[in-house]
Design a protein around this ligand. Structure first.
Ligand SMILES: *Cc1c(COP(=O)(O)O)cnc(C)c1O
Length: 412
């Protein structure tokens, strides 16, 4: 009989979202008239920008014409898209990134997992706690961890706790780690990193020969001019960082699928026998072998994000979600609840009042206000006592949910 990858059996059973659904369904059974509002969603709700739709319709027409039809495109993505990204997202911010260092893909979630293909199996890996679960689970699948303990922590991973005590930015570890996942602006905490904080990470990585895997999926939500959008705004980052970006959250591409990964040509790792090797050719080979590119139509849609109309329309989308975030922060604060994030990120990270556990707060919010969010403990042990509320929703839902909380929720 064929054997399986035993590492999959180490994965904690999907617990968070099924348990949320179970509790919401049980509540709805007993209270069939309750109008439940879901503020737990990590998916966009507003339609695609018109500029993107127009570009994709035009591309569909091109596909219907023998002269303009496209078959397989470059595995790395079309040069016209990579050049726009290099100019607008990187060079315009002073980042020394060339179009040839950008790889177009069908998602950052996939890239974050796939990148492990090109790294060895004996690296020490650091993640923050709480964390975007993809970073952890893909390492479990690759066999980079031991078993999970009762707190949900996997043996062999280095967990860097983040909380209000450290401003939701992890302390630079005293031990040496080889790969570090950083996500700024952060999902789930909504926290951002200052230039100084990222500089400290880059210095650490260069001193220890580590590589930073920097997830910038939410960079477009930054409004504070002092906060870096890219790790490459930090001098030296070209030698120690890979950056992941996505069109999912800034342009509503969660269902359309387009993202990118930056692998600088100056980035190196070492072989088992200690000789230095460039990383770029490995990722290029990996993508050319296992991936056949993103649809021409979708890449034309992504390109339109950089047109004048596209820029204005994506900005309007982001402003819409960030107004939701402001309403959430203002109303919760009025209700006597402490909130973090929600200023440069579409997530509000709530400190549960009276030291309620994340799940007790979930139940209380569901029962008194019929509002659903995400328990912080679902993102890691250090998320206990916190709760994530997402700004991805209609204005009407956000206003109604906040009205109920202000009227019905009592902190005591
Ligand atoms: C939404 C999100 C992404 C984007 O994933 P895609 O696969 O590009 O849709 C990446 N990282 C984090 C932390 C996210 O929340």
């Amino acid at each position: 009989m064929a054997t399986i990858n035993d590492n999959y059996l180490k994965l904690k059973a999907g617990y968070l979202f099924p348990e949320i659904a179970r509790r919401v369904n049980a509540f709805a059974q007993i209270n069939p008239d309750a109008q439940i509002i879901r503020l737990g969603i990590g998916d966009v709700t507003e339609p695609l920008p018109e500029a993107c739709r127009t570009a994709m319709i035009k591309a569909v027409e091109e596909m219907g014409n023998r002269e303009t039809f496209k078959g397989y495109g470059p595995e790395q993505g079309y040069a016209w898209l990579r050049e726009k990204i290099a100019q607008h997202d990187f060079q315009a911010r002073g980042c020394d990134i060339d179009a040839s260092e950008i790889f177009i893909s069908d998602g950052s979630k996939c890239d974050c997992g796939n990148i492990l293909d090109i790294f060895g199996n004996n690296n020490t890996i650091a993640v923050t706690d709480p964390v975007y679960p993809v970073y952890v689970d893909t390492n479990v699948m690759a066999g980079h961890t031991g078993d999970v303990n009762e707190k949900g922590e996997y043996g062999g991973l280095v967990y860097l706790p983040i909380s209000a005590d450290n401003n939701f930015t992890a302390q630079i570890p005293s031990q040496k780690v080889d790969l570090i996942y950083l996500c700024f602006p952060n999902n789930p905490t909504g926290a951002t990193a200052s230039k100084e904080h990222l500089q400290a990470w880059v210095e650490y990585a260069k001193a220890n020969g580590s590589i930073i895997l920097f997830d910038a999926a939410y960079e477009a939500f930054i409004s504070d001019a002092s906060i870096p959008h890219s790790i490459y705004e930090i001098p030296g980052a070209r030698d120690c960082a890979i950056e992941f970006r996505s069109f999912s959250k800034n342009a509503g591409f969660t269902g359309t699928r387009c993202a990118l990964t930056v692998v600088p040509k100056t980035l190196t790792g070492k072989t088992a026998d200690g000789s230095k090797v460039e990383i770029w050719p490995l990722w290029n080979r990996r993508q050319s072998t296992k991936f056949n590119g993103v649809s021409y139509i979708v890449q034309r849609g992504a390109e339109a994000v950089y047109s004048e109309e596209g820029k204005a329309q994506t900005k309007a989308l982001i402003n819409f979600y960030m107004e939701n975030a402001k309403i959430i922060c203002d109303k919760l604060t009025q209700a006597g609840i402490s909130v973090y994030g929600g200023v440069n990120a579409p997530y509000v990270w709530v400190k549960t009042p009276n030291n309620l556990s994340s799940w007790d707060f979930f139940d209380k919010l569901l029962n008194t206000c019929n509002v659903v969010g995400t328990p912080g403990s679902g993102f890691g042990a250090a998320g206990e006592g916190y709760f994530r509320i997402s700004a991805f929703n209609s204005r009407a839902n956000v206003e109604e949910a906040m009205k109920r909380i202000t009227e019905r929720f009592t902190v005591a």
